[in-house]
Design a protein around this ligand. Structure first.
Ligand code: ZN
Ligand code: ZN
Ligand code: FE
Length: 757
């Protein structure tokens, strides 16, 4: 349909070099040239595409320049394995949207309207090939009008598998809290809107699971939702009726606008314009200058948001720590203590798919939670590898399956703390293998023996191959940026199991093919109380001073962290530290952030992971450019010592320096320490990875400083810097260790789907 010639002409017009290629996994384009022209290209590919071309997904990634001298159309490359493309769920297209708001149309107000260009895919697919009998639409028989559309090659609904209309398709139904049936069809939607306006919490069956919806302006309703969901302070995402209302709440750059209005329709994290007076309840995102906003992406959401006309909280339908509900009966059972009513329907959800989360950092898009709209699109590698299943980490778990040169990353599963989450994890492992008809030749898992994902991997055959956590982060970042060893990986996060049995987390690893060398790490300190210290930053601060002074610390009551404890607590902690009971050693950068947040008086206890570090980042005074001092000691590995930083903080506290200035000096100090280690390591290519790089200030400043010093920093774009990226890294690490083997010639495709029509 002329897509490649269109790309060719556009690239020529913008004076960009590179290539375009059609493959069984979509169209791949590489363009090279000035940044502003690449931005224009990205915008115009979307806006000026040929009339009949439809983009189901547009993922971008900035790579190192290759030095192309012209732009060419490359021959289709089908030499790799031909795995079937399973498309993600796609946001409602403009034509379907026009129909559902047209009183004269037969699909007026019909919430399950879709066509070949939009609608549910991954969330309704039971097996390949992607035909109606293999979807959760199998129980619905098309009426003659729908059937005619489905069979007409000139119709927008030609072979649209979930095609439906009010006469033959799924229908809405309202249920009161105890599960008693109420109105159906559009009346159910009106009843829902009425309940939300009245300050009630409604569980709505969305695309990939139930969502809990409440009026975002209603302080009491949002508080009630927090209380019932057992979610204390972690920010809620908002759904806004349209782009204009998003712009009224947040500063949205051109890039952020593109992301918000993209077919993937993720939650976009953006800077809030006026948290005091924007009308949003304080309980939505307490003490947070960032809001997560998304636009409606299904007809059901469009209809509801048009009816309401104001922002709502839209959060996953679960108790904190549990997976999202997908089944009607299960939802009524599990959510009856949370929701005042249910808007359900009779189109089954085959697998849970949460809302995705994305943002723009250092001028590029970055996915923080990869689910609806993105899953299960693969990350493409330059060379094929064996079939590998990776079970991921413990927090923010995803699993991944490699087939040939394609790594399919599952949708976000979540923390594996609850039995229900562990069950969901096992289901997704099965599901990925079954969908792609793949039998793994290798299993990859984390090195941590106590992760449930590791324990599960060890029950599988062949024998699971463990990959060190921080190296998996590095390997993931290298894989998506298409980098080859040697690379210096700056891998900073909360905790991960180290090869020496201690807890790592502030690592500089050289990926050199061995698979790695630990070039440097932060000076280790003890975490009094182990797991408890993760919830109490004050314990991390105490651990730092204990490392310096030992038990003598407890006789210096003027030391900052001591004032945050009661004397009874202190004597217990003192005993535990003296006997080294439940006080593991760690080199964690994340815990260092926590400790500093405590010392600066910002936060002593957290109610969700990363809260202290987030608030420390938000406190930064951006006018401050000076930095605290980290010492580099020793050689093999280098130890990055935070002791001078501690004394500088003590001094600043005595001088009454503001937390904002101290926070800036701490962040700047970390950046300079990372630059200094990079200079000692002597490798030009650097990757920034791990949960700490969800910190925007840290990422952007380190990228800038590394570039100034002549290094080439890369960071995460399509997979999260947090543990959601671990499964990809495990695949890359195991693939490398197994060597690149030839493909199995019998691995033929089991079905076929195209990305453009
Ligand atoms: Zn459509
Ligand atoms: Zn019909
Ligand atoms: Fe991690």
């Amino acid at each position: 349909m002329g897509f490649r010639p269109f790309v060719f002409r556009l690239a020529e017009e913008l004076d960009l070099s590179g290539w375009v290629l059609n493959s069984s996994h979509g169209v791949f384009i590489e363009v090279e040239g000035a940044r502003s022209r690449i931005d224009d290209f990205l915008r115009r590919v979307n806006e000026e595409k040929p009339p009949r071309a439809v983009i189901f997904s547009l993922e971008t990634s900035f790579l190192e320049p290759r030095g192309y001298d012209s732009f060419e159309i490359r021959e289709s490359d089908d030499s790799g394995s031909k795995t079937t493309l399973i498309p993600p769920d796609i946001a409602t297209c403009a034509e379907c949207l026009a129909e559902i708001f047209d009183p004269a149309d037969r699909r007026y107000h019909y919430p399950f309207t879709n066509c070949t260009n939009c609608g549910p895919r991954y969330s309704i697919l039971k097996a390949l090939p992607y035909d109606r009998p293999n979807t959760s639409m199998e129980a619905f028989r098309m009426c003659p009008a729908c059937e005619a559309e489905y069979r007409d090659p000139r119709n927008r609904r030609f072979h649209a598998q979930p095609n439906a209309c009010p006469g033959c398709g799924p229908r809405l139904q309202w249920f009161g809290a105890p599960g008693e049936p109420g109105p159906e069809h559009h009346d159910a939607l009106l009843r829902t809107a009425e309940a939300i306006r009245a300050g009630k919490i409604v569980a709505l069956k969305g695309l990939g699971g139930f969502q809990l919806i409440a009026d975002a302006r209603n302080e009491e309703a949002v508080q009630r939702l927090r209380h019932r969901k057992h979610r204390e302070e972690k920010p809620f995402a908002l759904m806004v009726p349209d782009l204009t209302s998003g712009q009224a709440l947040c500063h949205l750059s051109e890039q952020e606008t593109r992301l918000l209005t993209a077919v993937e329709a993720p939650i976009v994290l953006a800077r809030r314009l006026d948290s005091e007076n924007d009308g949003i309840a304080r309980a939505v995102a307490p003490r947070n200058p960032i809001l997560g906003v998304m636009l409606p992406s299904t007809p059901l959401h469009h209809l509801l948001m048009r009816e309401l006309g104001f922002p709502v909280v839209a959060t996953s339908g679960n108790l904190s720590g549990e997976p999202i509900c997908i089944d009607n009966g299960e939802a009524v059972h599990r959510l009856s203590g949370i929701a005042d009513g249910f808007l359900a329907h009779d189109r089954p959800i085959v697998r849970h798919v949460d809302d995705s989360v994305a943002r723009v950092v250092a001028g590029r898009e970055q996915i923080l939670r990869r689910a609806r709209g993105y899953a299960p699109l693969p990350i493409h590698a330059s060379a094929p590898a064996p079939t590998i299943l990776a079970t991921g980490a413990h927090l923010k778990n995803t699993v991944a399956l490699n087939i040939g040169a394609e790594t399919f990353i599952s949708q976000h599963i979540g923390d594996l703390d609850s039995p229900m989450a562990y069950e969901a994890f096992q289901r997704v492992c099965q599901d990925l293998q079954a969908l792609y008809g793949a039998t793994p030749e290798a299993i990859a898992c984390d090195l941590h023996p106590e992760y449930l994902s590791t324990k599960f991997a060890k029950t599988l055959r062949p024998k699971a191959l463990p990959v060190q956590h921080h190296f998996a982060h590095v390997a993931a970042c290298m894989a998506e940026n298409e980098l080859e060893p040697p690379v210096l990986g700056i891998s900073w996060d909360g905790t991960g199991y180290g090869t020496d049995g201690t807890i790592w987390g502030g690592e500089f690893l050289i990926a050199d093919g061995t698979p790695f060398t630990r070039a440097a790490h932060f000076r280790p300190f003890r975490l009094p109380g182990g797991e408890t210290a993760i919830r109490e930053p004050r314990r991390c601060a105490l651990g730092l001073f204990f490392e310096l002074s030992g038990e003598a610390l407890f006789d210096q009551p003027e030391r900052a962290p001591l004032s945050h404890f009661e004397s009874r607590e202190l004597s217990l902690i003192r005993q535990a530290l003296a006997r080294q009971l439940n006080a593991p050693l760690t080199s964690s950068a994340g815990r260092l952030f926590d400790a500093v947040a405590s010392l600066l008086g910002i936060r002593q206890r957290v109610s969700f992971e990363g809260q202290a570090a987030m608030e420390l980042e938000f406190a930064i005074d951006h006018r401050v450019s000076d930095a605290y001092t980290f010492d580099l000691k020793g050689d093999d590995p280098i130890v990055v010592d935070w002791e001078p930083v501690l004394w500088e903080i003590q001094r600043d506290l005595q001088l009454g320096v503001s937390p904002g200035v101290m926070s800036a000096r701490f962040h700047n100090g970390l950046v300079e320490a990372a630059v200094a280690v990079t200079q000692r390591a002597g490798l030009r290519q650097v990757v920034l990875t791990g949960g700490c790089f969800q910190n925007r200030y840290l990422t952007e400043r380190l990228v800038q400083r590394l570039r100034e010093e002549g290094f080439r920093p890369a960071w995460h774009q399509r997979v999260p810097p947090n543990d959601g990226g671990i499964a990809l890294g495990q695949i890359a690490a195991v693939a490398q260790s197994m060597g690149q083997q030839p493909l199995d010639p019998l691995n033929e495709p089991s079905g076929f789907l195209r990305t453009t029509r």
